[in-house]
Design a protein around this ligand. Structure first.
Ligand code: ADP
Ligand code: MG
Length: 633
């Protein structure tokens, strides 16, 4: 035998649950109530345009009023209002979203995006801060009676006709709870309105503010007299830039809007992207490229996410790819589900589409700039490089586009695309295994000796000095065909690009064996491996190199490479001390009879090599200087 039943939700318990869990941020009650007031106003306008609401609509501003003595906060609109039946239906049936019904009813006639509400429980968020809520409402419908609804947070409510409300529209009166009295502070409400309602489409008034206006009279000195008057404090800009047509906007408008979004930001953006999609999802917004320093830091002024002009968050993590969070601006999309947890967002098909679209737009914009204004693009490259690199490393789709416009700059500050660079270095920098070797330096000053030597062979050297370069180089090697990056100081110039050339050495093997222990005797053995190489006579007598592989692993570990990289990070630093077998000084050391002089010469040559790599420090450096002075004397 089996029975079927219905789970009965005990409404007795729902208010404490709302209060605690509905939104972790209690402050969003204001966003919800002002959004509802905006919806009511927009609906009335829509009805009027369809001829269903008659007469002059009058002033439609929404008012937010604080009464500290009565401990109330009132949100008052002159929208379509509600009849008693509508209050019963839309307000008392929790989670029954009137907004959805409205959209369904008028779906062919009204753009669904004029209506904000689809969060469902919006109105009840009032109980997060209020111990009692009253609604006074007068519907626009002819012959309607004004009603008052009251509820103290228990499932019992009262509803009655009143004749105190004469104006069309709705006032929501919150009797602020004892533990929420922060919401009776003017400054708190002003801040919240500015945060959440800054770009709502209906004007919102919160108290008054002073303004100086000319009186029309002149003072003794003939100056225009001004007087202070109180004017309505309108907290929003109902027509923000991103909802306007790009064709109607000038560069200056975009800059002005940037300042409106980030009043504390004094640097101008490099360029912007205006997005406007209505199919297959709805997305508007403006993204700005800020000047990014060559540092990797968490952005302070972040992209703001809106839903039909209502501020939702400035944390767009999981909504757009990570690298895009380095940009600034506004994204407005009612198609981003806001009532699911962050981890579900990424999997949402709309979010996926939106994020792919934004990525594409950004890449297209960069490609466009590159094609049309290459000089300008090159000039801005250093400011956007880290962004492009991050995008290329982390987003395959972005990489595919960026590979056409990403630049490589050499130590002479000349910029190349990947294709151009390959053509540029291929003839001279292809090694015996047919790999094209891209030489690079990370610091022009520190690696000057090596850069110089490589240049004298006719090699080109890239400057890779961004904090992402260690990862970027690895990524490019895995993507680009037959290309290998080699740091300019990772080997002696002869061996940077291995070619099949026999080199004649001036030292016999026996001679090398004699010399080796002498050189080893003057350096720290665990750090330096002594090797002999036949370099040119004009190269240095001794050189320090650091194997590319080892150094790169260290760099990546320092950047936070994660994974199995820690092994390399904890390895001691290892260097090669290369003895130039062809250098006259080396021959001189070999033939020197006085053992003391011999080791002094070797020490001096080794110290010079370390000095050019910045490895000679502290006591060793002091000794070196003393010894040098003695030798000059
Ligand atoms: P949603 O806005 O998602 O529909 P809410 O809980 O915020 O959900 O509001 C429920 C419904 O109550 C609204 O859809 C609307 O029909 C009605 N409502 C709320 N506030 C107002 C108001 N200020 N004027 C007219 N109707 C309102
Ligand atoms: Mg709502």
């Amino acid at each position: 035998m089996s029975t079927t039943g219905k789970i009965n939700v005990q409404t007795e318990n729902i208010f404490p649950i709302i209060k605690k869990f509905l939104y972790s941020d209690h402050e969003i009650f204001l966003r919800e109530l002002v959004s509802n007031a905006t919806d009511a106003t927009q609906k009335l306008k829509a009805l009027a345009s369809m001829g269903e609401a008659k007469g002059d609509l009058g002033d439609l501003k929404i008012e937010v009023v604080l009464d500290k003595a009565a401990k109330t906060l009132t949100i008052k609109d002159k929208g379509l209002g509600m009849t008693a039946e509508e209050i019963e239906k839309y307000i008392t049936q929790i989670a029954f979203s009137g907004a959805e019904e409205f959209v369904n009813q008028y779906k062919d006639k009204v753009d669904k995006n004029v209506v904000i509400g689809h969060f469902g429980l919006g109105f009840y968020s009032a109980f997060m801060v209020a111990k009692k809520v009253e609604i006074f409402s007068l519907s626009f419908k002819e012959g309607s009676k004004a009603v008052r609804w009251e509820c103290d947070g228990s499932p019992d409510y009262t509803i009655e006709e009143v004749d105190t409300k004469k104006e069309r529209g709705t006032s929501i009166v919150l009797h602020i709870a004892d533990d929420s009295e922060e919401f009776l502070e003017d400054s708190r409400i002003q801040t919240l309105l500015t945060k959440y309602c800054k770009f709502l489409p209906v004007e919102i008034v919160f108290g008054t503010k002073s303004s100086w206006v000319p009186t029309g009279e002149k003072d003794e000195k003939g100056h225009e007299k001004e007087e202070e008057i109180q004017v309505e404090n309108i907290i929003n800009n109902p027509v923000p830039l991103w909802i306007k047509k790009p064709a109607d906007l000038k560069e200056e408008d975009y800059k002005a809007f940037y300042r409106e979004l980030y009043p504390m930001q004094f640097e101008e953006p490099l360029f912007h992207i205006h997005m406007n999609v209505d199919y297959p999802f709805n997305l508007t917004g403006v993204l700005y490229f800020p000047k990014l320093s060559n540092k990797f830091e968490a952005p302070k002024d972040r992209i703001q996410l809106y839903s039909n002009q209502v501020f939702v968050t400035d944390n767009v993590e999981n909504i757009v790819p990570d690298f895009l969070t380095m940009l600034r601006g506004v994204i407005d999309s009612p198609d981003i589900p806001l009532n699911v947890s962050r981890s579900y967002l990424q999997a949402d098909s709309n979010v996926k589409k939106i994020s792919a679209h934004i990525t594409k737009k950004v890449a297209d914009k960069l490609e466009d700039l590159f094609k049309k204004e290459r000089t300008d693009f090159e000039a801005k490259w250093d400011d956007i490089k880290i962004f492009v690199q991050y995008g290329m490393i982390s987003d395959e789709k972005f990489y595919e586009k960026a590979v056409k416009f990403a630049l490589l700059k050499n130590t002479d500050n000349k910029a190349f695309t990947f294709e151009e660079y390959n053509a540029h270095v291929k003839p001279n920098q292809t090694d015996k295994d047919n790999k094209v070797v891209y030489l690079y330096a990370t610091n022009i000053d520190e690696q000057h000796t090596y850069i110089d030597a490589a240049k004298s062979r006719g090699y080109d050297i890239l400057l890779m000095d961004s904090p992402l370069d260690a990862h970027y180089i690895n990524h490019l090697e895995s993507k680009l065909d037959n290309v290998q990056f080699v740091r300019v100081d990772s080997d002696t110039v002869e061996k940077l690009i291995k070619k099949d050339e026999v080199q004649v050495s001036k030292l016999t093997e026996e001679e090398q064996n004699t010399l080796k222990p002498i050189v080893e005797g003057v350096v720290a053995k665990e750090k330096y491996t002594v090797i002999f190489e036949s370099l040119s006579e004009t190269d240095s007598p001794m050189l320090i190199t650091r194997p590319e592989f080892m150094r790169r692993m260290k760099d990546m570990q320092a950047m936070g490479g994660g994974g199995g990289m820690n092994f390399y990070g904890s390895m001691p630093d290892m260097y090669n001390l290369v003895v130039n077998a062809n250098h006259p000084l080396i021959s001189k050391i070999l033939v020197e009879k006085d053992a003391k002089v011999q080791s002094q010469l070797a020490k001096q040559a080794a110290d010079l090599a370390m000095l050019s790599q910045g490895l000679l420090k502290g006591e060793e450096l002091t000794k070196f200087i003393k010894r040098s002075v003695e030798m000059i004397n």
